[in-house]
Design a protein around this ligand. Structure first.
Ligand SMILES: NC(=O)c1ccc[n+]([C@@H]2O[C@H](COP(=O)([O-])OP(=O)(O)OC[C@H]3O[C@@H](n4cnc5c(N)ncnc54)[C@H](O)[C@@H]3O)[C@@H](O)[C@H]2O)c1
Length: 262
């Protein structure tokens, strides 16, 4: 297998592909030959990501789609299949985080917004990908979970619950569809330097101190490399795994894990 062309001829859908990890994943998959179909709400950053991929010699297309709206998700997949004929790879990744709130101070709408995008949106992305993959000779899916599927932070119930649910959504789908040649895994990143984290930090009283306390922050490319591996045939034995990739953050003492430059 040519390591630089692992996805030649493959059609990939990346939800949340206009920004952060999703954009990096789209660029990585396209660089190795896939057509990157970006499903995202953002009508400015989505087409910009496509231009960047094309400028780097890759193939991409933007499909405007709110991942929580079933009709829009279905239509976006229909658009991909009409133009490209298949859906071979899915990186189900679109997600949000809210500011921390204890549940007695949280409205049901605030809770539901996170659950709806982070869990229901993942379910919808997977449902229509799998429906198409069953008509082909299978496919591969990677969900973006979080290391907060396993650890908690004060005030983040909606995020932690949604990400824990994504892990078992992925594991159960791996079990359900292994016989159909559909492989499913989950990546569980720790803190990653993306617009999501930047927005989160800007709500803190002392962003610099918060950043320092977080320990080593990953770059999206470090996570996209794992996503690409899991989507590739090199990971043929990986089914239903939730892979933590978090600079050791879940080990405990975070600042102690930071690399100090000499
Ligand atoms: N940044 C981190 O520290 C971190 C850590 C662990 C896990 N994650 C997860 O990684 C994933 C990507 O996050 P990111 O940090 O790249 O964030 P980001 O905000 O940079 O990108 C998220 C993308 O999702 C899109 N999106 C949001 N809601 C949508 C919807 N309803 N329909 C379609 N698209 C929608 C946004 O427009 C955006 O382009 C998320 O699932 C997030 O929970 C992030």
């Amino acid at each position: 297998m040519d390591r630089n062309k692992r996805f030649e001829g493959k059609i990939a859908v990346i939800t949340g592909g206009a920004s952060g990890l999703g954009k990096c994943s789209a660029m990585t998959l396209a660089a190795e030959g896939a057509v990157a179909c970006i499903f995202d709400l953002d009508e400015v950053k989505g087409p910009e990501a496509v231009k960047e991929i094309e400028a780097a010699g890759g193939k991409a297309e933007f499909f405007k789609c709110n991942i929580t709206e079933e009709a829009e998700v279905k239509a976006a997949y229909e658009g991909v299949v009409a133009k490209y004929g298949s859906v071979d790879l899915l990186h189900a990744n679109a997600g949000i985080i809210d500011i921390p709130r204890y549940i007695h101070e949280m409205s049901f709408e605030q809770w539901y917004r996170v659950i709806n995008i982070n869990l229901n949106g993942m379910w919808l992305a997977a449902k229509y990908a799998i429906t198409q993959m069953l008509k082909q000779d299978g496919g591969v899916i990677v969900f973006t979970g979080s290391n907060w599927a396993n650890v908690c932070d004060p005030g983040f119930t909606s995020y932690a619950a949604s990400k824990a649910a994504v892990v078992n959504l992925g594991r159960n789908l791996a079990l359900d569809y292994a016989k159909d040649n559909i492989r499913v895994n989950v990546v569980c990143p720790g803190n990653m330097m993306t617009p999501l984290l930047e927005r989160q930090l800007s709500t803190e009283e002392d962003p610099e101190a918060t950043l320092e306390a977080m320990g080593q922050i990953s770059q999206p490319q470090e996570i996209a490399n794992l996503v690409a591996f899991l989507l590739s045939d090199e990971a043929s034995a990986m089914k239903g795994s939730a892979v933590t990739i978090d600079q050791g953050e879940t080990l405990g003492y975070r600042p102690g894990l930071r690399v100090t430059k000499k």
